[in-house]
Write a protein of this length. Structure first.
Length: 229
């Protein structure tokens, strides 16, 4: 039975791609004076592609959209500001996440988040998602000066939780940063199935929903009891 389970953030605890899709659709519907000449699906698809799972700076994203769709400088600035105004309302956890984390902690399993990205942006997401009180530690690459899949960030998280590698699991959606990174330090790794990424080539376990972990924890606990002489 694990003593700790660590999680990636984007795509694992919340659906960033569908959030950006909904946001861009709202922009197109409500800012018709700026965007009405662009077919909606074309606009939404372009925003999602340029967003690149959150990796592109939003100012650069909207400047690129402005050039491609012949928008004024004022409209580019307006859309950029509008993105961040709307973003919080679309930042919601997957339906099963809160209950799963609560039940893990009730079972005395420590939890944590390891995320690549900007400290300010990722911390704001964690707060908006309602996760701050449900995890024991949060490591964000900018603040730590280390990025997944560097083994150091995984070992640092384990040290902060006070557990050994053999006592922890890791769950993520990125086949390289999350799954391969966790496997490289001998964590039991789970791929949260995600349409944004191809299936990992590394051998790992697959879940489609976070609450699947609960039955796996229960099974691991039963095996541990059977091994007691």
């Amino acid at each position: 039975m694990p003593k700790a389970i660590l999680f990636d953030l984007d795509g694992t605890l919340w659906d960033r791609t569908n959030a950006v899709r909904a946001l861009a659709t709202e922009q197109h519907e409500q800012l018709r004076d700026a965007l009405g000449h662009i077919p909606q699906q074309r606009y939404v698809d372009r925003i999602i592609r340029l967003d690149d799972l959150g990796r592109m700076d939003k100012r650069v994203l909207y400047e690129t959209v402005g050039v491609e769709f012949n928008l004024s400088t004022a409209d580019v600035s307006r859309l950029h500001a509008d993105f961040w105004t709307r973003f919080a309302s679309h930042t919601r956890p997957f339906p099963e996440v809160i209950d799963t984390l609560q039940r893990l902690r009730a079972g005395r399993i420590k939890t944590g988040i390891i995320s690549n990205g900007s400290s300010a942006v990722q911390e704001a997401k964690i707060t908006q998602l309602g996760l701050s009180a449900l995890v024991d530690t949060v490591l964000i690459s900018e603040r730590e000066g280390i990025r997944k899949p560097d083994p150091k960030i995984f070992h640092l998280a384990l040290a902060r939780l006070g557990v050994e590698v053999s006592q922890a699991w890791f769950v993520g959606d990125n086949p390289d940063d999350d799954v391969a990174g966790a496997l490289a330090v001998n964590l039991r790794a789970f791929w949260r199935e995600c349409a944004d990424w191809p299936r990992p080539t590394a051998q790992c376990e697959t879940i489609r929903s976070l609450d699947e972990l609960l039955s796996l924890v229960s099974a691991a606990s039963d095996r541990a009891l059977q091994d007691i002489p």
